[in-house]
Design a protein around this ligand. Structure first.
Ligand code: NAG
Ligand code: NAG
Ligand code: NAG
Length: 508
């Protein structure tokens, strides 16, 4: 029998806790199965925020950061104590537009983060909970149209004709959404973001709905135009990009490409509409659940225009009461054929009501779904789901509920809550972004952190927009949550490529 002195015992206990910094709670985990793989939600491990009235370097209020996020390539690090740090690139949508659209130039913010994951079951108070995700604003990168012209967030009332050379020339633009005939600047309402290994970014938008590629300094280098069925067209079949009225066919107003994600190993870029196109039932929440996911080959986008290589139908969740669609605000690549989907209602802090009933990072698989790209369904006269009834020839994706953002016990661990009271500790209404990063726990090699940011719609009582102060009547912080998940189908190499890090990141 080995006898340890008290001090040796204490020392070995300290060593044990130092060498095992990743201990995760197993008791409350939730698991789901998809394609025969078991995925596990181990719970919320971090919370933080940037205050609603924080101003960025241009002088504007920093807001809307949850619209889209991506780790800046090569910055993610796992620290010896189990904390992780790096730079998150975040993309707001189109500025403070509660009272109408504004001339807000598209931009990205770089934000440094430190995640000190909290695995305890005791409830932290709101002050201590904020220490689990610490955020520091670093800088703003403005984005430009061709010829170094400022982009804008104004409603897209005009159409700029396609550049000569389109579509044969891969970097020539299609017909573009512009502010008006008199103000021919590109107008962008950004909702999705992917960081590429060459420092450029893919940005998806609601007006087009298009996917733009910007270089690291914010200059437009390329535009992807979706098939005709998705393009907003009027009764004459002409493009009509405004978000004020619904088109006759194509993407519904303000329901564009909310979801954007990359399979970096196979160089496939995926974009998903927030809900159904008009012809597929998108004009009514009770018939808008059948949305479209499109895939583009981006292996050599400059030499060859990214081509549509796949298109599938994804059935979004619906409410129990009225059968209304829980529209999808983001997707994230998990493994070939499998994605996370952030589907939710609009309730919570800054929303219509304080009580949220559905806010989830769900999973879906297209393994058994019908690929409709290049078929009659790419013509707007052939709906996939007339009045919301799916065409019998189409098998949709398989969709399963997974991570709930509004689990009362999990929120309470971070001093947060759902429903009344409507105060700073109420969870935000509009979560719109997802990003995965490795935990680096040798005992759980399939574990990943899921980072998710909320879009606060720039709501603050002390705001500044384009040089003018504003009071939105409510303070809604830019909240961030982090979950820990077990995702056995993930190829670690694909996450490393998405983050621009080598496998050595976990060697501490
Ligand atoms: C982990 O280490 C980093 C870097 O030294 C430090 O900033 C952070 O506060 C540490 N986290 C915890 C929970 O001690
Ligand atoms: C950019 O400038 C060139 C040269 O003046 C012009 O031909 C082209 O039309 C401009 N492009 C746009 C989108 O304004
Ligand atoms: C539609 O486009 C055609 C040509 O592109 C044009 O002649 C026609 O006036 C447009 N219709 C409307 C209603 O703008």
């Amino acid at each position: 029998m080995v006898r340890l002195s008290t001090s040796a015992l204490v020392l070995s206990l300290i060593r044990l806790s130092v060498s095992r910094p990743f201990v995760s709670r197993q008791d409350d985990s939730v698991s789901v199965e998809l394609d025969g793989v078991t995925y596990v939600n181990k719970g919320l491990v971090g919370f933080g925020f940037i205050p609603s009235d924080f101003r960025e370097s241009t002088g504007d209020t920093l807001g809307g950061i949850g619209s889209a996020i991506a780790f800046k390539q090569g910055t993610y690090q796992i620290l010896p104590n189990g904390s992780v740090t790096g730079i998150m690139v975040v993309h707001p949508d189109r500025g403070f537009n509660v009272d109408g659209t504004v001339d807000y130039q598209a931009r990205q913010f770089e934000i440094n983060f430190l995640l000190n994951p909290y695995y305890g079951s005791d409830n932290l108070d709101f002050e201590d909970a904020q220490k689990t995700v610490q955020l520091t604003y670093l800088r703003t990168i403005l984005q430009f149209d061709r010829n170094n012209t400022k982009s804008t967030g104004l409603d897209a009332l005009g159409v700029r004709p396609a550049q000569s050379g389109f579509p044969a020339l891969a970097i020539a633009d299609p017909a573009m959404p512009i502010a008006s005939k008199k103000d021919p600047r590109l107008t962008i309402d950004a909702e999705g973001l992917v960081a590429n290994s060459d420092g450029s970014y893919w940005v998806s938008d609601e007006y087009g709905p298009y996917i733009y590629r910007f270089d690291a300094s914010g200059q437009l280098i390329q535009t992807i135009q979706p098939p005709a069925a998705i393009l907003p067209m009027d009764d004459d079949g002409n493009l009509s990009f405004t978000s004020e009225d619904d088109p006759a066919t194509g993407r519904t107003g303000n329901q564009g490409f909310e979801g954007l994600t990359l399979d970096p190993i196979n160089n496939v870029l995926y974009a998903m509409l927030q809900s159904a196109t008009i012809q597929d039932g998108g004009d009514d929440k009770s018939t808008s659940r059948f949305t479209r996911l499109v895939a583009y080959d981006v292996s050599d986008p400059i030499a060859t225009r990214p081509s549509l290589i796949g298109e599938w139908v994804v059935p979004l969740p619906i409410s129990n009461s009225k059968g209304n669609t829980r529209a999808c605000s983001e997707i994230h690549f998990v493994s070939p054929g499998v994605f996370l989907a952030l589907s939710r209602d609009g309730d919570g802090r800054g929303g219509d009501d304080t009580e949220s009933k559905y806010k989830n990072a769900d999973l879906f698989s297209i393994a058994g779904a019908t690929d409709i790209h290049g078929t009659k369904f790419d013509d707007p006269s052939n709906p996939i789901a007339k009045k919301g009834k799916l065409d019998k020839s189409i098998t949709p994706a398989e969709y399963v509920a997974f991570v709930s953002y509004i689990d009362d016990d999990e929120l309470a661990r971070f001093g947060l809550h759902n429903d009344d009271p409507d105060d700073q500790t109420l969870i935000d209404a509009k979560w719109e972004s997802l990003a995965l990063a490795p935990v680096g726990d040798p005992d759980f090699p399939d574990d990943y952190f899921l980072f998710t940011f909320a879009d606060n719609d720039f709501l603050t009582t002390n705001g500044f927009s384009l040089g003018v102060p504003y009071d939105a009547g409510l303070d809604v912080d830019n909240q961030v949550l982090v979950f820990r998940l077990t995702l056995p189908s993930v190829n670690p190499q694909s996450v490393e490529m998405a983050l621009g890090i080598s496998a050595s990141y976990s060697k501490v």
